[in-house]
Structure formats: C-alpha cells, structure tokens
Design a protein around this ligand. Structure first.
Ligand code: ZN
Length: 392
C-alpha cells in the first residue's frame, strides 16, 4: 500500500519513499559486479548518509547530490526541482581518485575495511568550495564550529549519482531500535496513530524535555522519541548512555500505547536553523506529522540565536514542508507554579525557577551529584551519575 493510500503523510517532495536497497535476489550478482569496479572508501559520516539515502529517510534524494542540487540547496535551501532541502549531501573524494573515474560508469562504495556495500551510478563529477558551503550552511567558516570543521575537511571534489545498496552497512548500533521509515510508518499504522509527533534529541532526557514531549502529545496520538545516534562531537553524552535514559523514561513515565523509541542513524551537523529544517524533513519521511522545534535547535556554542531555527520555518510554505513544526519556549520547574512551566506560561521570576546550565549539570554529574528531581527524574539521574562520574 502506498503511503498516501493508507492515509499517512506523503514522503518529502510529495511522492513515495525512495528505496535504494537492492532486492535480496539481486544482491549476490551486484556484489560480484561491484568486486570488479573501481572503489571509493566511505568515511563514517558518508556511511551514515548512505544509510539515510538507502532507507528513504532522505527522500526524495536517490543518491549523492548533483551540482544543480548542491548549488541550489547551498544558496537557496532547495533542490533544483524547488523542493525544500537545507543542507547539501555530497560524496567528497580526493582529486587523484576522481581523475580515474568517468561519469556514466559504475563505482563501488566501500566501508573502511574494504567491504563493498553499494554501487554508485556515477552521473557527474564536480568541484565545490567547502569554505563557501560552510559559510552558507553554518553561517561561519570558523573551524571551531564542529560542523564547519567537518565540511571544510571534506575533499572539494564530489561524485554524484544514484546509489544501490546491496550489503548491510557495518557497525550499525541499537539494531532493535533502528527502524527505517517504512518500519516506523508500519508501527504507527499498527498502533492506529494518525497524528505523530517526533522529538529529535542528542542529549539525555531531563524533565524539560519530558514536559515538551507531553505537551505535544496532548494534541497528538503518539510520540516518536527519535534520538540521533550517528556521530556527535566528543563532549556530547554517548548514545549508549542516552539510550538507557530514554528507555527508563518511557518505561516509567509514559503510557505504553502512546510513545515509541527508535533511533535516527544520521550524524550530527550542528547546523542550527538549517539542520532543524532537515531534521523535520527526515521525520516526515519516517511518517511523523508533527515535529518539535525547541530553543537553539541543533545549535552549538553561541553560533545561532535562540529562536533562529523556529524563524527559518517561515521561509517555506506549510504545504511544502508538510510536517507541522511545533515551536517550544525554554521550560523549567517553577516553585511558585509548583510545576513545569515556560516563559510563556509562568509569570514569576528567575528566583522561583529551577534553571541549571548544561555546564552546571555536567559538573554535578562528574562529582557524583544527582540534579534535583524537579530537573531530572531520579532514575535517570542515577544512570547519568554512574556514566559521568570521573573515575579515580
Ligand atoms: Zn511560575
């Protein structure tokens, strides 16, 4: 059944989900074909992009971007077709390697250990200016910005074309929770959910996150707690620890038939507003109808204004984004309100509000101190204290 026929939200761009995985019956043959092709080794971030492409999470993309898609997504946040797309998805290779390849030919894409995983139908080879790309996407070419640093370190020579995945991507974690867009869509249908809100996160779950999720759940049928588990910067809390906090949170504080945990295998770009748009687009492909955009979504350091991500959605019509962004304020526990609240709902002052910076929470955890229960559920604080305590 097609996505539209079942009443579910269409894939981004209005069509069907891309499916770039070879049928099981053709995999051996494609593997043999790939064995005789020139091969390109993928970085861990390239592999994550390949997985997102193959599963349809990057629909309507069917491969690494052509120059026309690249230029328009960089300059105008759209594909050449006009469909919104806020961050270029490219496969960068060294010039010497590209010089041996010809458009029109097939290229094998391989993991770092040399295992061939996919075929790239090489359509174009083109050169880009990575500094210009970083400036457009992140608002800065500053290499202290983790996303800009990664982009600038990527070779400027790009291979474009459709990909066909014929083998399992190695090193995939959290398999039990690694549902692809077709699988989350089936899971929502099975539960009878029509309005599904997605929550993107790369942080442990604190009360403020729980409050926002539940506020959104009041107007939706189900919540997809959708943590990003691809590469993050070194000082973010490791995905395995975060996953423990999400499982405990859902188990103890959410109705079983209203919330679901699944992981997003994408890598984190720290692209702030532009990445918020991409995060929303991906969740539409996973079948979600609503998407939570918090303050400083996908931000890092002081590169973006608190509400820049929320404002950027205004650049697009609701119909072309498709998924509905739900914008949230800073939330906290207020002693005077005796409950969770936000700047929007609480009339009191900061003296009544329990507000702890990320740095402060980190210091507490490293000293083995649990944040107060109004900030973090005790069961989650215990996991974080155990994981973060400076051993020795
Ligand atoms: Zn208050």
């Amino acid at each position: 059944m097609s996505a539209q026929a079942s009443g579910a939200i269409s894939a981004h761009g209005g069509g069907e989900l891309a499916d770039l995985k070879a049928p099981a019956a053709e995999r051996t043959k494609l593997g043999a074909h790939a064995a005789g092709l020139p091969s390109v080794t993928l970085s861990s971030r390239d592999l994550a992009d390949l997985e997102m492409l193959a599963s349809g999470a990057f629909s309507p993309l069917t491969g690494f971007m052509t120059e026309a898609d690249y230029v328009r997504s960089r300059d105008d946040m759209r594909l050449a077709s006009g469909v919104p797309w806020s961050i270029p998805i490219t496969l960068g290779v060294e010039q010497a390697q590209a010089a041996k390849l010809k458009p029109g030919a097939d290229v094998a894409l391989a993991a770092e250990d040399g295992t061939r995983l996919a075929i790239l139908k090489l359509a174009e080879i083109f050169q880009v200016d990575r500094k210009r790309e970083a400036e457009a996407v992140f608002g800065t070419p500053d290499e202290n910005h983790p996303g800009a640093k990664n982009v600038i370190a990527t070779p400027p020579c790009c291979l474009a074309g459709r990909v066909i995945l014929f083998a399992e991507i190695p090193g995939r974690t959290f398999i039990e929770y690694r549902l692809e867009p077709r699988q989350t869509r089936a899971a929502f249908a099975e539960r009878g959910w029509k309005k599904i809100v997605a929550f993107q996160t790369r942080n442990p779950a604190h009360r403020a996150h729980e409050y926002i999720q539940k506020a959104a759940l009041e107007i939706c049928d189900g919540l997809l707690l959708h943590p990003l588990v691809g590469e993050t910067k070194g000082d973010d809390v490791p995905a395995a620890v975060r996953m423990e906090t999400y499982k405990v949170l859902l188990d103890l504080y959410y109705p079983k038939n209203r919330a679901m945990l699944s992981v997003l295998p994408a890598h984190m770009r720290y692209g702030g507003p532009r990445e918020a748009i991409l995060h929303a687009i991906m969740r539409r492909n996973y079948g979600c109808t609503h998407f939570i955009v918090g303050r400083d979504h996908a931000g890092v350091g002081n590169y973006y204004g608190t509400y820049d991500a929320q404002k950027l959605f205004e650049r697009f019509s609701p119909a072309e984004i498709g998924i509905t962004p739900l914008m949230f304020e800073n939330t906290f526990y207020c002693r005077h309100c005796a409950g969770m609240a936000s700047y929007k709902t609480c009339p009191h002052g900061d003296a009544d509000r329990l507000i702890l910076s990320g740095t402060k929470v980190r210091e507490m955890l490293q000293k083995g101190e649990a944040p107060p229960p109004e900030f973090t559920r005790p069961e989650i604080a215990a996991i974080l204290v155990e994981a973060m305590r400076v051993k020795g």
